[in-house]
Design a protein around this ligand. Structure first.
Ligand code: C2O
Ligand code: CU
Length: 545
């Protein structure tokens, strides 16, 4: 039954066919009894279309979603933990439906799944202290057959929120229903050092996450506060603002590889349980676009949104860039790096200063990591790499008021070793069994909670790679962790921040510090190679009083 405190009663039928699907009952969304579809149309056309000409279309920038004045029917406060403490100040409506999309002019326009019918959907710009309620309507065709299924669970990766508003994989719901997610917008432990920045919302319907996200269900959710204020000019509202590049100079980049059949239609290999790799590369939904930039600083938020591919991002000229954030968090200080390695669902906030390049300069953002199957990268670097996005320096600016201060967001200090050694330790082993994927030897079971933890405590979780040369990007919901060690060694500086995904390389054992507060209920831990996740590499754990 419902794991979330505060979730009460059965879903009630409301106006027309639409009902509140807020009741978090697994496999029984909104009280319907329809069994989940078990088959989808696999790739019928094994061919693949030749690489279309790169860099002929501009990079799309997802529009900012505007709030609505109110929701009708009104949300039900009793269904959300901490609602009365964090009463929503902003309401959004997101309609999950099919839409027509062009990945590239050489490919036929085709139907995708989109938040409001577009992919990547609109960006939500959220602010700490301004709680949000987002209502997701499932308007997908009930009889849909193809890549993905028309049941959804919109998950906000990795907001600190309650399980009933998390987009828990088991809380999926059918077409004709909606679900309200309450985003309370307070930092973990109400400590602004834990405030988040670059988040993304993606579908999480268990067993079908890879396909539903691949089909288009992903968008950015960016959080701002007094420090990361969203303004780059001196401001009396935010006197402590870092003044990072903002507005049109703060650019999210959702990177996803995809496969297209010889007719140019999106293709997906349902039978490969190792992972799904594409040979075309989309950035914000377009294959290899270009982006015209001014001679000034830009902030780019890199996100790996595809099912199984890992990346090592380089600039084609080999120049370093400035890394200011990793996953959801700003780092304590900027780091100069020549490349950055990201597994699935990891993010990096980077600053590129184009002022040092003359007008007419072209620089390509590329991936130099070789990967041939779902096992993970081979470890070899390609040079040149795969081109993803071309920057074209095309104009001067009168001034660049943005800054990259030497101090960004301070990190809360780690507990002492003595304190850490006294904590309860829990092991999670990610392994393979009979061609499918396990956590601690078990397949995902939506009915079984594998661990219970006490609210208000800390634990050390040991994430172990079961071997076989597999790479697993491990993600834990509820709250970010701190990486204590990788194979006994302190992680590199850009991994010393707060993280919500950690890549578990072959043979590795990663120790992370977990802390539980505020909410009660069930959250998942899973591999974010979503093909592994969908084939059972997930477990539920629960926070209890
Ligand atoms: Cu990005 Cu459990 O999800
Ligand atoms: Cu995995």
């Amino acid at each position: 039954m419902a794991g979330a405190a505060g979730a009460t009663g059965a879903a009630s039928l409301l106006s027309g066919k639409r009902a509140s699907a807020q009741k978090p009952v697994k496999g029984d969304p909104g009280g319907t009894t329809k069994p989940p579809p078990t088959t989808t149309t696999p790739t019928v056309n094994p061919g693949t279309i030749a690489n279309p000409t790169p860099f002929i279309e501009p990079l799309p920038i997802p529009a900012v979603l505007q709030p609505v004045a109110s929701l009708s029917p009104a949300p039900i406060p009793s269904k959300h933990q901490l609602y009365s403490q964090y009463v929503p100040k902003k309401f959004y409506e997101v309609h999950v439906k099919e839409g027509m999309h062009s990945f590239h002019p050489a490919l036929p326009p085709q139907k995708i799944f989109g938040y409001n019918g577009v992919t990547p959907g609109y960006t939500i710009k959220a602010r700490y202290g301004e709680p949000i309620l987002t209502r997701f309507f499932n308007e997908l065709p009930p009889d849909y057959v193809g890549i993905g299924v028309p049941q959804i669970s919109p998950h906000l990766h990795n907001l600190h929120g309650a399980p009933e508003s998390d987009g828990n994989p088991v809380n999926f719901f059918d077409p004709g229903y909606f679900w309200d997610n309450h985003y309370p917008m307070f930092p973990f432990n109400n400590d602004s050092r834990n405030a988040l920045g670059t988040l993304w919302c993606h579908d999480h319907r268990f067993d079908f996450t890879a396909q539903n996200v691949y089909k288009g269900l992903a968008f950015f959710y960016l959080c701002y506060d007094a420090l990361d204020s969203g303004t780059e000019v001196a401001s009396t509202t935010y006197p402590n603002s870092l003044r990072l590049p903002s507005g049109e100079f703060d650019v999210p980049l959702m990177i996803s590889d995809r496969k297209f059949d010889s007719n140019g239609n999106l293709a997906y290999d349902t039978f490969n349980l190792d992972g799904m790799l594409g040979d075309k590369y989309t950035v914000n939904g377009k294959i290899q676009p270009f982006f015209k930039v001014a001679r000034r600083k830009y902030r780019f938020r890199l996100l790996v949104a595809n099912p199984s591919r890992f990346y090592r991002f380089f600039l084609s000229n080999g120049d370093p860039f400035t890394v200011i954030g990793n996953d959801g968090n700003l780092l304590p200080a900027p780091i100069q790096m020549q490349s950055i390695y990201l597994g699935v669902a990891e993010r990096a906030d980077i600053i590129i200063d184009f002022s040092k390049y003359p007008i007419g300069t072209e620089i390509i953002l590329e991936n130099r990591l070789e990967q041939e199957d779902g096992r993970g990268p081979t470890g070899d670097l390609l040079n040149p790499g795969t081109p993803l996005l071309k920057f074209i320096v095309d104009r001067d600016v009168a001034s660049d008021p943005s800054q990259v201060p030497a101090t960004l967001r301070p990190l809360p200090p780690l507990p002492s070793n003595t304190e850490i050694n006294a904590l309860r330790t829990r092991h999670w082993k990610f392994d393979r069994s009979n061609g499918a994927w396990t956590v601690n030897g078990e397949f995902f079971d939506p009915d079984v909670v594998r661990a219970q933890v006490k609210r208000g405590t800390k634990e050390v979780w040991v994430l172990e790679n079961g071997g076989g040369g597999w790479h697993h990007p491990i993600h834990i919901h509820h709250n970010e962790f701190r990486i204590l060690s990788r194979n006994g060694v302190k992680p590199p500086p850009f991994e010393q921040g707060r993280k919500d995904v950690v890549t578990l390389e072959p043979g590795e054992e990663v120790r992370v510090l977990m802390e539980f507060s505020a909410f009660l209920g069930k959250y998942p831990i899973h591999c974010h190679n979503t093909v592994h996740e969908d084939h059972a590499m997930m477990a539920l754990w629960e926070i209890v009083p």
